[in-house]
Ligand binder design. Structure first.
Ligand code: ADP
Ligand code: TRP
Length: 320
């Protein structure tokens, strides 16, 4: 029975266009993990978290669709994974409120995200301040055992653990399980076209769904550094799509001929990304597929989260 498997859950914010750094650094590992079949898996689009920054209906809709399609295109299987939208689950915000009432301001003020915003003198919304409580609710509603996240999110899992313990203690119950973080290994820090870490904020990305022409443009703009044996940035990106054994030979053979090496990289990147791009395009052509997947996911997630919410309401005494 799938129900007896440990539970894996993670949320993804619909912000920004995806690039190959996101794919090789995070999405691929993530999808592999869900394919193993070891876990009962819940993955959701964290649109209410994104609302702290994405405050335009058209943009929210588009980013949500694109993110869902991107994950389906890179291999997330909706038959094996409960894939849903956070805003379709009223229990998340309801439980977040309940957690707010047992959480203190000084405790939330210790969150890195809050401290960074404060250090930069940035105005911070109440939603951003309470971000860890909504995330705790996301996680705890599903009896989650493990949460795959990037290193930067580890503190939020600790907040979820603390909050589960505190709730259980105050209301003399054991309804919340303590989740563990599963930090995705930073196997690949993918360099951008300028040699810095590839990031949408640096404008140095190779988009995951780039056409061949766009790929060519990006690759041709990669800054070549001739100080070493081979052009470092070109080579490092190349290792993502071709074995080092083969590459060593190729780079020796074409030593110093950056144009040919870049053309080969375009070729290899294009071959690697073509099936993902084709899947993405075919999903785009089917206007109902995203709705269908998310609606099915919501049905399953709702059954789980509502059952937990009933236990919570009983534990705090709002059911009479
Ligand atoms: P960006 O830096 O473009 O804003 P995000 O912060 O949205 O990217 O990253 C989303 C996920 O993709 C994170 O888990 C992050 O670790 C991974 N990621 C982003 N850029 C890279 C990169 N250049 N190399 C490896 N992983 C990356
Ligand atoms: N905060 C996460 C991020 O920025 C996204 C997220 C929201 C999440 N809720 C979650 C991740 C629950 C894991 C579990 O990447």
């Amino acid at each position: 029975m799938t129900e007896s498997k440990p539970v894996l859950l993670s949320g993804i914010k619909p912000t920004g266009d995806l690039h190959i750094g996101n794919y090789f650094g995070a999405m691929r590992q993530f999808v592999e993990l869900t394919k193993e079949g070891k876990y009962r898996t819940f993955i959701f689009v964290a649109d209410y978290h994104a609302l702290n920054t994405v405050q335009n209906a058209q943009e929210m809709r588009q980013r949500t669709r694109e993110l869902a399609m991107a994950y389906l295109a890179v291999g997330l299987d909706p038959k094996k994974v409960v894939f849903f939208k956070q805003s379709d689950m009223p229990a998340h915000t309801e439980l977040a409120w309940i957690f707010d009432t047992i959480t203190t301001m000084p405790y939330l003020m210790r969150a890195h995200v809050f401290k960074d915003a404060e250090a930069k003198n940035k105005e911070i919304s109440v939603g951003s301040f309470n971000y860890p409580m909504l995330m705790a609710a996301d996680i705890l509603l599903y009896d989650t055992n493990i949460v795959p996240v990037g290193q930067d999110q580890k503190q939020h899992i600790e907040y979820a653990r603390d909050t589960a313990e505190k709730f259980n203690r105050i209301f003399k119950t054991d309804i919340f399980k303590l989740p563990e973080p599963y930090v995705l290994s930073e196997v690949a820090i993918v360099p951008g076209t300028d040699g810095q870490k590839m990031s949408k904020s640096y404008g140095n990305v190779i988009p995951l769904f780039a056409s061949r022409d766009e790929l060519a443009k990006c690759v041709m703009s990669i800054v070549t550094d001739s100080s070493g044996k081979r052009p470092k940035n070109v080579y490092e990106i190349h290792t993502l799509v071709r074995s080092e054994d083969e590459l060593k030979k190729i780079y020796e053979e074409h030593h110093g001929n950056y144009k040919i090496l870049k053309e080969l990289l375009i070729e290899d990147l294009d071959r690697y990304l073509a099936p993902i791009r084709a899947k993405y395009e075919s999903l785009k052509d089917d206007p109902n597929i995203v709705e269908e997947v998310l609606t099915n996911g919501a049905r399953e997630a709702r059954a789980v989260s509502e059952a937990k919410m009933e236990q919570v309401r009983r534990a705090i005494g709002v059911t009479i």
